[in-house]
Design a protein around this ligand. Sequence first.
Ligand code: HEM
Length: 441
Amino acid sequence: MTVTTSHYSLLAVLCVVLIVLYFAKRSLDIINNPPKSKKKGYGASEDEPVPLPTPLNITPEEVKTRDDRPWRPFRWPYHQTMSIFKLDVNHWLDMDKYYYDYIKEKERVIHTYGPDNFDSLPGSEDACLELMETVKEHMLLRYPLLFTTPDNGVHVKNELTGEVLDFSEPLKENPLVYISKMAKEDFYVVRKGEDGAHRLVAAAVPFPGGSFGIKYKLGKTLDVIHTEVPYYEEKLKPSMEKWFSRMKPADLVERASWYISWDHKLLLNNVYALKEGDKVQSDILPSQFNVRVERQTLRRLPKSKAIIFTNHPVFYSIDEMKDEPLVPSLIRKIIYEAPESICKYKNFQSFRDHLLPYLNNLVDEQIKKGLITEDTPVKTMPTYPFASFLKDSDDTKGWSNPKYPVNYSKEFHKEIETAPVLERDTFARSAKVGNLIFSST
Ligand code: HEM
């Protein structure tokens, strides 16, 4: 068949019709589903729905060997800033191989110290109930093989502990107890009062670490709570207030801070059990030193508008990070050269001279192995706040350290056996001076 001019004209008309149809359909799609604005940074719109987690089908067996994202929150230069990151809701309440130990330790703290660590004030009831429902929904949606329900959430079986939680009304226990039987995180419930100030109105905080006692913080404003925190007034407070004034339920963020101790305890670490001026015992091996990362999240509940702050401690031994370029150099720099007030707050003086030869050796080894050079600038790592191996795995497989896998469960159990004596002595000492742990009295 010969192609004539009329064929070409027909083809051209057809093309024009198709192009017109395509653009007509696109504008209809856009009207029906307007594209989300590509805002930089944070700040959801008022009507943006609160994100729900997607299922992660890990089994109780898989949890036993699972590590979550590997935190390395070391910064240099060390400025006290909010350092918050947008949080993927899937990571609001993480899951790892220490889950069972943490839940059991929560039980011990509840039974031993009760309201010292778990308490709520009148007026916080609706917020605590909403938090309980939010935690329950999160666990059921995110971990369908770890939390199961035969009756749409009235009864929920925690497949990791074997316990069935009965949510039928009236509730048998305080909502804070239910929360603590589902999640391994500490929870702080904060509300804005009529005077505009944010106050801590409920707390399920069994793992404060020892730098503060949560019973001294309940009912206090965030300003009072952070009195001891270096640079709070001049650096943190203005950004926090700005953030809280704009934070919508769909704005979830996370951050991490850290300190060092020579144990894995959750309620009270050795570094905060020392009397003021005391130093680590000379027989503690460098391999016993751990960075305790305080992984924190912030979100707002849609109904009560309460702000929920969570904290989850996780330990990384300095030893397991020894081949990660710059980690030993950063730790050495920070414990000696961070602002004096931060060194004091984290009690770096109590152990840094003891740890120095070990850190010097690790830095020399990194140079010998070609991981860094003498001239590599000591500054925040490009993969901050995570280890470089974050990119090599995913949610399903988890993030065990590929070179030096660690499980501190055994050491943790041993340490807990002797913890009550240390706790009794330290808490008795601190009770005399209120919130200050480093007391020589
Ligand atoms: C909104 C709820 C929050 C609560 C209930 C809360 C509670 C606390 C408590 C109890 C402490 C220990 C204070 C002490 O040692 O006496 C603390 C420390 C601290 N908080 Fe907050 N906080 C909240 C939000 C934030 C936010 C949004 C930031 C971000 C800038 C922040 C930054 C810090 C810092 C830097 C410290 C010192 C320990 C560290 O280095 O992490 N806090 N907070």
